[in-house]
Design a protein. Structure first.
Length: 491
């Protein structure tokens, strides 16, 4: 068996394994209502307006105001909304449940001396979709004395709910009245996954179909895609020498020399930190300081920007080599990307030291930085081959990249702003189409949030990123090879 046939067989086996992983691993619960978007829905009415509270606590912890959500009931009004029994309109109160907590308490003591009728209580997805996750909390389960604290009275009665609930729990609260809501977070997630099984199978099929189509494309052009990586490997010493000289010559003639390569990014970081932290008074992002949020996110962008700029101009900068018949110009875009890596490695070390000083020590998750560096290199290399081959004939492309991809793209990537706090779940998915979103969030996962690139919905976006990257790299290499014979004539 020759090497080409063996490589194709290995590739097919890898694609089959990937299809198997998709069907076994991906549940897509994040597309419909993930574990951060589970709601406790309480269907109730009251004989007066007032607030209701839900408290959360971990195992062995006490309930505290720091872990509390408050909703106001306004179904009574001035009495004009009350029915013949003096009760206000029936309303669904929805409270977001953090599934890192183990206990939930529904509190009525914020509005004592009134009467509350509870018709239904259940857990649902954030949109309250009854066809999705719906885990009932039977009213008789919360009638037990040990589930209620300091109620003046409580009684299970026939329901007058027009939607046909069989019974209701009517309660009169005391000064400290609350209901301990029984639930199990693992059971909630299992119910959610089961309820989305049909949608999961459909999307699994679509994802596998896309992956398989890309695989067919790669098989048809397999050796044309690997020719350039092979040439880069064969000429690795020459590429490294050229990259080192390229890095040095950028600042040749200046007094500070290569130090300028490090000053500019540091000054940029300090400016962003001052504007957002001092000027706009931005606080912590999650559990870590805002300065770490910015620095960790902007480091991969610095490399992407520098590498894409250099890779785009690789052929024009080295036009004297392009015109040499004996020189292999296929390695020139890689030389520019490799040159940008020198500064990138320095700043990764700088960020690791900064994180350590602020209490975020390197962990096993930090190994992922190697993976995300590879992601960044392969993606920007594919773009560089594409842009370098086009800019020779269309010089305005360089300006277009600077303005619309780099200057606008830095704000479309969540580097200076937190996507989870600013965007809705739907908008987040649209912004995640940007491949740099995956890399930037991956750096934060490795240093701050401690998540693997295959955990949860990250696996879906990992498949998306590499599918797009393979297509971009294949397109870049193909166009570069097609136009290669004309470069010397134009330059």
């Amino acid at each position: 068996m020759n090497k080409r046939k063996l490589l194709r067989i290995i590739f097919v086996v890898m694609i089959l394994l990937l299809n198997l992983i998709v069907f076994l691993k991906l549940d897509y619960i994040d597309l419909f209502g993930n574990e951060d978007n589970i709601m406790l829905v309480v269907r109730l009415s009251s004989n007066s307006d007032g607030s209701y509270q839900v408290y959360f606590s971990g195992a062995g912890e006490n309930f505290s105001p720091a872990n509390c959500e408050v909703k106001r009931y306004t179904g009574y009004g001035d009495g004009t909304l009350a029915d013949e029994n003096g009760m206000g309109q029936i309303t669904d109160m929805m409270f977001k449940i953090p599934l890192d907590k183990d206990n939930v308490s529904f509190n009525i003591s914020a509005r004592p001396f009134g009467v509350t009728n509870i018709y239904d209580m259940y857990f649902a997805t954030i949109n309250g979709n009854a066809e999705g996750l719906r885990v009932e909390v039977p009213l008789e389960d919360i009638m037990n004395a040990e589930s209620q604290i300091n109620f003046e009275s409580r009684q299970l009665l026939p329901s007058n709910d027009p939607e046909g609930q069989a019974e209701m729990l009517t309660v009169s609260p005391d000064e400290d009245a609350s209901v301990l809501v029984p639930y199990h977070k693992d059971e909630l997630m299992k119910q959610a996954k089961d309820s989305y099984r049909k949608e999961t199978i459909i999307i699994d099929t679509v994802v596998c179909l896309i992956v398989d189509l890309v695989a067919v494309y790669v098989l048809l052009h397999f050796f044309s895609l690997v020719e350039i990586p092979i040439e880069i490997y064969q000429n690795r010493k020459l590429a490294f020498t050229l990259a080192k000289n390229d890095f040095k010559t950028k600042y040749a003639g200046s007094y500070l020399g290569m130090i300028w390569a490090f000053i500019q990014p540091v000054v940029t970081i300090l400016v962003y930190w001052f504007v957002f932290s001092v000027g706009l008074k931005a606080g912590n992002v999650g559990e870590y300081p805002f300065v770490l949020f910015i620095v960790v996110g902007i480091i991969p962008w610095f490399f992407f920007s520098d590498a894409l700029n250099g890779g785009t101009n690789a052929l024009t900068d080295y036009n004297y080599l392009v015109k040499k018949v004996v020189f292999n110009i296929d390695i020139l875009p890689f030389v520019k990307v490799l040159s940008a890596l020198f500064v990138h490695f320095f700043f990764i070390g700088f960020v690791l030291i900064l994180c350590t000083c602020l209490g975020y020590h390197p962990t096993i998750y930090s190994i992922q930085l190697i993976y995300y560096i590879i992601c960044n290199v392969v993606f920007v290399l594919g773009l560089s081959y594409l842009s370098a081959s086009i800019v020779v004939f269309f010089r305005d492309l360089g300006q277009f990249i600077n303005i619309f991809i780099l200057q606008v793209g830095v704000w479309l990537t969540p580097i200076m702003w937190n996507a989870e706090n600013v965007l809705s779940p739907t908008a987040q998915k649209l912004f995640r189409i940007n491949p740099m979103y995956y890399i930037v969030s991956g750096f934060r996962d490795s240093m701050l949030d401690y998540r693997w690139f295959w955990s949860g919905d990250k696996l879906l976006w990992t498949i998306y990123f590499w599918t797009l990257t393979v297509l971009v790299f294949g397109l870049g290499v193909k166009i570069f090879r097609r136009l290669k014979v004309h470069f010397a004539d134009v330059l």
